[in-house]
Design a protein around this ligand. Structure first.
Ligand SMILES: Cc1cc2nc3c(=O)[nH]c(=O)nc-3n(C[C@H](O)[C@H](O)[C@H](O)COP(=O)(O)O)c2cc1C
Ligand SMILES: CCCCC(=O)C(=O)O
Length: 364
């Protein structure tokens, strides 16, 4: 009988056994030396908790809201592309699992099921993640379709003017399915003479000229709130607020873009301070435990997103696997809150964590 994972790391091990090497390497991998990939996880492990005792924790409430939408917990599903590499049901399974868990799925622009197929798969609040391709009309058309199909926010990924260098994908000559959301809107020859097929596609499509002034353009083509994903500094957080975004995601793209960026949890507080409550700040990267979620909330995040764990759940057990990954993390958060003396999310404060001097271990 197949074993039942008891934590998110065991889901990763199961996914590794089930997936072809090319797919597993693409999902699990990071850029270049994968320094940041390790840091995203390890930086969480350097933060200790300061629990409070003798608090009535007979009732724990993990429920939260984001941009006015209710969620059962502050844990969202991050946008991850090409989910059919993990399971034939891909984004449809993820959509149904997220809906069943009462959380928000951010659908990737690079989804294997179209945004319309996902929208009609089940009733739920969901957001749409945008990549801006050269010749802006593709983005404009896709954003308008997202709006028509009931997506509630646009998550603009801003850390990918070009694709990061992922060496496993180069070696494996990664083959990626053609982007379904742009079918009929553009044709791209993704034949390569070797190397990563995703890199070949990305270098032909992504628009590296995208800049802050384009937020104005994005606002002119949609009424949806815009959340910017990929902020790692106070400087950019301030800019984002100035140009009128509705939310910020502290993210280094799961360490798949620029290597040697800091672990996201180590720059969260800087960003939170810079925006001083004007917009919600989310975080993704390396969240693997309920205690990680708790730590991010203590340092000022409104919510967190999980990327790889969802894809591992999908690879391991399809829709049920995704449900179990999300539920497992929600339950771990609930237990952490009880053991730390925090019956509601509002009770989690900066005083509940001890943050070490922020130097990566290998530089000490
Ligand atoms: C397989 C995979 C595909 C991804 N695809 C996208 C994408 O299409 N758009 C995007 O904005 N981020 C993408 N990301 C980044 C995630 O949204 C998120 O930032 C990251 O996975 C969070 O880190 P974690 O995997 O450690 O949870 C992808 C990440 C992975 C692992
Ligand atoms: C154009 C890149 C799409 C997938 C992606 O964002 C990733 O693999 O990290």
């Amino acid at each position: 009988m197949e074993e039942d994972p008891v934590n998110l790391r065991e889901f990763q091990e199961l996914a590794k056994r089930k997936l072809p090497k090319m797919s597993y390497d693409y999902i699990s991998g990071g850029a270049e030396d994968q320094f940041t990939l390790r840091e995203n996880v390890e930086a969480f492990q350097r933060i200790m908790l300061r629990p409070r005792i003798l608090v009535d924790v007979s009732k724990i409430d993990t429920s939260s809201t984001l941009l006015g939408h209710k969620m059962s917990s502050p844990i969202l599903v991050a946008p991850t592309g090409s989910q059919q590499l993990a399971h034939p049901d891909g984004e449809l399974a993820t959509a149904r699992a997220a809906a069943a868990c009462n959380t928000i799925q951010v659908l990737s622009f690079a989804s294997d099921y179209t945004l319309e197929e996902v929208a009609s798969s089940c009733d739920a609040v969901r957001f749409f993640q945008l990549y801006v391709f050269k010749g802006r009309d593709v983005a404009a058309a896709v954003v308008q379709r997202a709006e028509r199909n009931g997506y509630k926010a646009i998550v603009l990924t801003a850390d990918t003017p070009r694709l990061g260098r992922r060496e496993a994908d180069i070696k494996n000559k990664l083959i990626i399915p053609m982007n379904r959301n742009v079918e009929g809107l553009m044709s791209v020859d993704i034949h390569t003479t070797g190397g990563s097929g995703l890199e070949a596609f990305a270098s032909k499509t992504l628009d590296p000229s995208l800049s802050w002034k384009d937020i104005e353009w994005l606002k002119s083509i949609t009424r949806l709130p815009i959340i910017v994903k990929g902020v790692l500094t106070a400087e950019d957080a301030i800019k984002a607020v100035e140009v009128g975004v509705s939310g910020i995601i502290v993210s280094n793209h799961g360490a798949r873009q620029l290597d040697y960026t800091p672990a996201t949890i180590t720059v969260l507080e800087e960003v939170v301070k810079a925006v001083s409550g004007s917009v919600p700040v989310l975080l993704d990267g390396g969240v693997r435990r309920g205690t990680d979620v708790f730590k991010a909330l203590a340092l000022g995040a409104k919510a967190v997103m999980i990327g790889r764990p969802v894809v591992y759940g999908l690879a391991a057990k399809g829709e049920d696997g995704v449900k179990r990954v999300i539920t497992m993390l929600q339950k771990e958060l609930e237990l952490t809150m009880a053991l730390a003396g925090c019956p509601t999310l509002k009770d989690i404060t900066r005083n509940h964590v001890m943050v070490p001097h922020q130097k990566p271990r290998s530089l000490l």
